[in-house]
Every structure is written in C-alpha cells, then in structure tokens.
Unconditional design. Structure first.
Length: 606
C-alpha cells in the first residue's frame, strides 16, 4: 500500500520519506523497526511504565513455528500432513513435519503450536508408527502443556464401532495435559477430502489470526520429507488407467480366486516405490444396484445431483459409481429413520439395543435395510443424500517400477459369500475379477506408504512374512532387488491353503531362489496336512536361524490380515525372542518396540 496524506496521519514530506524507505526494508529490518516503535510507545505510555530498550523486539506471545505430527498406517494421514505443511509454508509459518515414531517426545514441552493428523487402525488402536508417542502421552512422563495450542484431524471408518478413537484419545489427552484447542477436532470418514480441507482452512486461519510475525532468530525449520515428483493425478483426480492383463493365479479346484492385474500408467507421471499401494475407485455390482432400484420403486434414468457443484447423473450410474450401498453404519441408520419415521427402524436405535444394532448392521447392506424396514417410497433424491461416497480401495503394489516401467501390478482375492439368504460381493475385488478385462479402464491413484519401505542399505537382510495376497509387496521387493543388484539376504515365509492350487507366483519365487535373489523360502499350506500349519508355525520351527538374522540387523516385514495372522506372527516373534534370546516377556516386547522405532519391524496389515 502506498502512503498518502489522505490515508495517513503524516504530512507530505513525511509521506515521501516513508514511501522511499519502507519498500527498501528487508523483513528483518521491518521487524526491528516494529519493535523499536513499540518500545517508544511503551516508554511514553505514562509514569510507572518500565521503558523497553530501543530496538527490542515486541513481546511475542505465540510463535509462528508449527509442529505437524502424523500417525499413519496406509499413508493417508502422512499425505494430508504434507498438504497441510505446504499450506502453512505458503503463509510464512515455520513448519516441522514428523511421523510420531520419529518425534522425540521430550521435545513436546517446547512446542507451542501442535497439529496432529492421525488415523485409527483395527479396533480403535493407534497405527504402528503412532504407538510409542501415544503411550508416552498416557504415561506419567507426559509433561504439563499449559503453553500448547493444538488441533487434531482424526481419520477413521464409521463402519467400525470405535470410529476415529485414536484421534479422540489424542484430543482428550492433550487437553488433560493443559493444551488449548486452536480449532475443534474433526473426525473424518473414509471420504475424508472435504472435511480435511475444511479443517486445514480453519487451522491456517486460526494460526494466522493469533500469531506474531515470523521470528528470524532460528531460521526456517526443516520439513522432514523429500520432494515428490508431481503428477496431475491424485485421490481427488484419479487417472483412468488401462488394464493390460488379468490372470487368475489359482489352479483348477481351488476354493479361492486370486487375480493378478497389470495396469498401464503410461502418460500419467504417477510414480511409486515398492511398499506403496494402488488406490482404485470401484463400481458397485450392477445386480445389487438394479435390485435396490426395483425394491425402492425408483426410475433408473432419473437425474440425481451427486455433489455440491450441482453435477448430475442418471440414478443407476450414480449408484454404480458414486455411493456406498454395501455397508451399514449407525449414522446411516439414524438418517434413514428420519426419512421414514413411520418405520420400525427408530426402535432399533433406542438406548439399550446397541448390541442388537451392531449385530444387524454386520453383514447386511442397503438393500437389506430398505426391505427389512419397508423404506419403499422414499424419493431417490432424498435417499442418496444419506449415503456416503463410495471410497477407494487400497491394494499393496506387487511390482517394481524398475522392473515394470509405466506399469503397476496388484494381487487381489475375489470376495464372495452368502449371507441372509443372498449372495454378497466384495465391491472392488469382484469388480476387478469379473468386469476388468484387458482394455477396461480403472480410476487409480498412488498411495505412498513411508511405513513400508526397503532398508536404505541394500546389504541389509530382510525377512518377509506374507501368506496369500500378503505376498504382493514382497514380489515388488524382490523384483526391485533383482533390478538394483542388492546383495542383502532375503527370507520369505509364504502360506495358503493348498500347494497344488494356491501357490501364488510359484514360478517366480523358484526362479529367484535359483538366481539367489531370494535366499530362503519357507511355506505353509494349511489344508495339505491333518493339522493346520500356518506361517507362524514355520517361524517357530526356524526360531534359532530367525533369531540369528534379527541379531544381524534384519528388517522384518509383515503383510496381510491384521486380526489373526499379524497378531499370531507378532506372538511368534515374541516367543522366539524369549526362547532364543533368553529374554523376559517384558524385554521381548521392548525388543520389538525398538525394532519398530528403528523401522526394522514394518507392517502393512488390514
């Protein structure tokens, strides 16, 4: 702004002098001058006021240094935290970004502005890389944080009972320790784009309204993440990729159907590393969509508004591609009860019937809901407003970009089962298995996962534990090691039902064993023996050798089912540490915790 006599209290001569001086000042000079003028004002404020030394900086109550911590299992929280830091950087804030596992908790006392982005994993548990920080906050060592201002963005899934529980826990505990909220916590469902963007907007505004000018004393804090190659395609703008190959990996007679898909990324500029995931936006099964439309008496061709921008689509297309109709959540049932107050649905939502409600929602879909509670007659344009957006599904990438340039491979097991007298379908897995032949297009994006990466040193030994489709990222790891010539030892534990029909990627594993890319492999086929044998049993049988690898600094990777397999593998590791390392149970737990802290124990579990 140019000073003038008409818009300032200065005369013409003063205005000319200031207009020559002010544009030539550096930021630090303007900051110094601000302090000087404040000091002059304080000195002349009246008798009894202590004069401030000339040139002293003004009293700064709140720093513009911001610490952003993320706790992430699959990479969503990490990605959002990076977006937040970019916005804050653009507003002149000095940001330090860190995963919770890399942050030194003892430094929390010095933080004035803390922003937490954290997901909830499993049944209300913190992600692996948030566990240590979480436990610190809830320990007696946690400091009082009277000077702290904070806000929490919580990610979760409303289909789980303990929705966003980890974020709620962090929010509650930081307040208990004396922290003050910058803005209220925001809880995000699987379609987190809009609420996360709104939270970021509020946070940046709150910080900008209340912070002082940037301090020049310590310089800009380093942001601890590497610059990524930019692509115009992302979760909010997926790339429509062509399917190149779609193969069923299981042999004739198998009880399972596992598909290997090869997908072209040519022209997208999408980049990935082994350990990352591919996000795929699926379509609902056409049969389920048609049955829902018929049950509600709707017109399939009726135009429906699908977003805030006013975009419209025919109802059938909207239900196929944009709305989730296979999962029932409590918020959905509550809103459905309001749309049809004469139904008996309100009774199911009454206090004291929580277990009955949970039991009903499990394994049922929207078609069940409208049939069981007589919701026919609710207009389509009203009903779709209570449905949440169809979320993307994430699949561990099973290829190396060095071995398969401009391509990405995924390994997907088709989910089909019968429930309540009707056949059910895994939304994305059956879409890929049945309706994604070569030439078809899929909306995709890359989900980076910094928590599941090969060691920096190519000589470091690695132990990979992945039954079934859990072997997917290890196919990527070994293809990468083959291309780069990495010489570190590799050991794979693989399992499935039957050797003859379910040995996924058997020829590739055997070739890598022959060529030395894979040093060792142990397999467990649970249906080939009278007593079921799983990967954790093979680990215990090889306990001495496995412990020796751990002592040599091996990294351990686990991929697959969290509730059973990953839990059993973790128990097996603890048993091996106790038996072979002669550790107490507490010492064994601490050993694994140190491995997690040092990124030597990484899990991609779901």
């Amino acid at each position: 702004m140019v000073l003038q006599v008409t818009n300032s209290p200065f005369n013409q001569e003063q205005v000319e002098l200031l207009n020559r001086l002010l544009p030539a000042l550096s930021e630090s000079q303007r900051f110094w001058l601000s302090g000087y003028l404040t000091a002059m004002g304080s000195a002349s404020a009246g008798a009894g006021a202590a004069p401030q030394a000339a040139g002293a900086a003004p009293a700064v109550t709140v720093s513009k240094e911001v610490t952003v911590l993320f706790g992430s299992q699959t990479g969503n929280s990490s990605s959002l935290a990076k977006k937040l830091v970019k916005q804050l950087d653009g507003q002149g804030f000095q940001c330090t970004l860190s995963s919770m596992s890399d942050f030194k908790p003892n430094g929390l006392k010095k933080v004035q502005n803390l922003l937490v982005v954290v997901s909830t994993h499993g049944d209300g548990e913190p992600p692996d890389n948030a566990m240590t920080f979480y436990e610190f906050l809830y320990s007696k060592r946690a400091p009082q944080l009277e000077d702290l201002r904070f806000s929490v963005l919580a990610l979760g899934d409303r289909s789980y009972e303990l929705f966003c529980q980890t974020g709620k826990d962090f929010d509650k505990r930081l307040e208990e320790l004396g922290g003050k909220r910058l803005v209220p916590r925001v809880d995000c469902d699987v379609d987190f784009g809009e609420p996360a963007a709104e939270w970021m907007k509020q946070v940046v505004s709150a910080l900008s309204d209340s912070t002082a000018a940037p301090s020049t004393a310590s310089g800009t804090a380093a942001v601890s993440f590497a610059a990524e190659t930019e692509s115009e395609y992302s979760r909010s703008n997926p790339f429509h990729a062509e399917v190149l190959e779609n193969l069923n990996l299981n042999g004739a007679g198998s009880e399972k159907e596992t598909h290997h898909l090869e997908i072209s990324l040519e022209g997208s500029n999408l980049q990935y590393e082994p350990g990352d995931s591919l996000g795929i936006y699926p379509e609902n099964h056409p049969r389920l969509v048609d049955e829902l439309i018929e049950a509600m008496g709707w017109n399939a061709d009726q135009s429906i508004t699908i977003n805030k921008n006013g975009e419209q689509l025919p109802l059938r297309e909207a239900l196929l591609r944009h709305y989730e109709i296979t999962v029932l959540t409590k918020p959905l049932l509550e809103q459905a009860a309001q749309l049809a107050p004469s139904s008996k649905l309100s009774a199911l939502l009454e206090a004291g019937r929580e277990q009955e409600l949970k039991s009903y929602a499990s394994g049922r879909d929207v078609l069940d809901l409208v049939q069981d509670y007589g919701l026919k007659g609710v207009p389509a344009e009203q009903f779709v407003t209570i449905l949440r957006k169809l979320p993307a599904r994430l699949y561990s990438i099973s290829s190396s970009p060095k071995a398969s340039p401009d391509e990405v491979h995924v390994t997907v097991r088709a989910v089909r089962y019968e429930s309540q007298g009707r056949e059910r379908y895994g939304v994305c897995s059956v879409h890929l298995a049945e309706r994604s032949e070569p030439g078809a297009k899929l909306p995709v994006f890359i989900q980076h996962n910094e928590n599941f990466k090969l060691p920096e040193s190519p000589d470091t030994p690695i132990i990979m534990i992945g039954p079934g489709t859990g072997a997917a990222p290890f196919r990527a790891f070994l293809a990468e090691k083959e291309e780069t010539g990495a010489e570190g030892k590799t050991w794979l534990f693989f399992g499935d039902q039957r050797f003859r029909t379910d040995f996924l990627y058997q020829i590739e594993w055997q070739r890598w064993l022959k060529d030395g890319v894979l040093s060792r492999m142990d397999v467990a086929f649970s249906r080939d023996t009278d007593q079921k044998v799983y990967v954790q049993h093979r680990m215990l049988e090889r306990s001495r050798e496995l412990y020796q690898w751990l002592q040599e600094g091996a990294y351990v990777y686990v991929c697959g089912d969290e509730k059973r397999m990953a839990h059993d593998v973790n128990s097996a590791l603890l048993t091996i540490l106790e038996q072979e390392g002669r550790l107490s149970s507490e010492e064994a737990v601490e050993y694994l915790n140190r491995m997690k802290q040092n990124k030597r124990y990484q899990r991609d579990v779901y």
